[in-house]
Write a protein that binds this ligand. Structure first.
Ligand code: COA
Length: 268
């Protein structure tokens, strides 16, 4: 087990979920795993540690401590009390955890084991894949505080669920459960308690068997579709696709196909 550093509000593990899968667990049980300044900075440090370790890490899972009864219940509202607009602008300065997650070369899975509200929902939206446990609720309740989502929700939510659903969630503050979230595409899958962890392990483990370079390029290519026009996006895809023909992993994948065996991707 490698050393990913000491943290107060997050736990970092490698291999607990599946081989080559790292996990970051948000842990503030007394505050429903709400994202205060310490959590935000520790998530960034933990991602740095996971990305720069010498260990073979190919997938990152972000989840909430079950004792907190949530994935993350949003920004820590107590921090809002004393802030004016200048303080909040400073606290919200980019890059934030949302960009850090979205820009990671690793595929990131949000294992939504409980409520993902406000900044918690936005954190899940910055992840590449969202899998929810039945019973979890998701939403952007900021409107109830007289504010709007400020962690990317107004931009990522419509890209994921479409304009109408994004408007409904943002303007009403209504929460939806995991099953409804799956119906509208806010999460990719919802699973009952007994099957949730197994599914996370299967999915993360399956992805972690692939070539890390292909994973990174696949993530970048798909993510670019939200930012580029079709023509530029197709050019971008071709760049990434053809560059993979320079890797050992591509040779290995093709040879393994003809030899009717599982490929052993090394990242070369
Ligand atoms: N920020 C700070 N503290 C929070 C918090 C948040 N976002 N969410 C929960 N907490 C704290 C509560 O104040 C409470 O603290 P206390 O025990 O000292 O009173 C503790 O966590 C437990 O929360 P509680 O509301 O009693 O639990 P619950 O199970 O009844 O409800 C939620 C859980 C998540 C539905 C509810 O806490 C909630 O709505 N949280 C705020 C969500 C939100 O508006 N997020 C957007 C912020 S911009």
């Amino acid at each position: 087990m490698s050393d990913f550093g000491e943290y107060e509000t997050v736990a970092v593990e490698l291999g607990d979920i599946a081989d080559r899968v790292a996990s970051i667990t948000i842990s503030r049980p007394d505050a429903r795993n709400a994202l205060n300044g310490t959590v935000r900075s520790e998530i960034q440090d933990a991602i740095d540690a996971v990305e720069t370790t010498d260990e073979d890490v190919r997938v990152l899972v972000i989840t909430g401590d079950d004792d907190g009864g949530a994935f993350a219940a949003g920004a820590d509202i107590s921090e809002f009390r004393e802030r004016d607009q200048f303080d909040q602008r400073e606290a919200s300065a980019r890059p934030r955890i949302y960009e850090r997650v979205a820009d990671s070369p690793l595929p990131v899975i949000a294992a939504i084991n409980g409520h993902a509200l406000g900044g918690g929902c936005e954190l899940s939206l910055a992840c590449d894949i969202r899998i929810a446990k039945e019973g979890a609720k998701l939403g952007q309740p900021e409107i109830n505080l007289g504010i709007i989502p400020g962690g990317g929700g107004t931009q990522r939510l419509p890209r994921v669920v479409g304009m109408g659903q994004a408007m409904k969630l943002t303007l009403s503050g209504e929460l939806i459960d995991a099953t409804e979230a799956a119906d509208v595409g806010l999460v990719e899958e919802a699973h009952p308690e007994g099957e949730f962890e197994e599914r996370i392990s299967d999915l993360a483990g399956t992805i972690a068997e692939k070539s890390p370079k292909a994973l990174e390029h696949g993530k970048r290519a798909v993510a670019a579709s939200a930012e580029m026009g079709l023509d530029a996006g197709l050019d971008h895809e071709l760049e990434l696709f053809t560059s993979l023909f320079a890797t050992e992993d591509m040779r290995e994948g093709v040879e393994a196909f003809f030899e009717d065996r599982d490929p052993e991707f090394t990242g070369e």
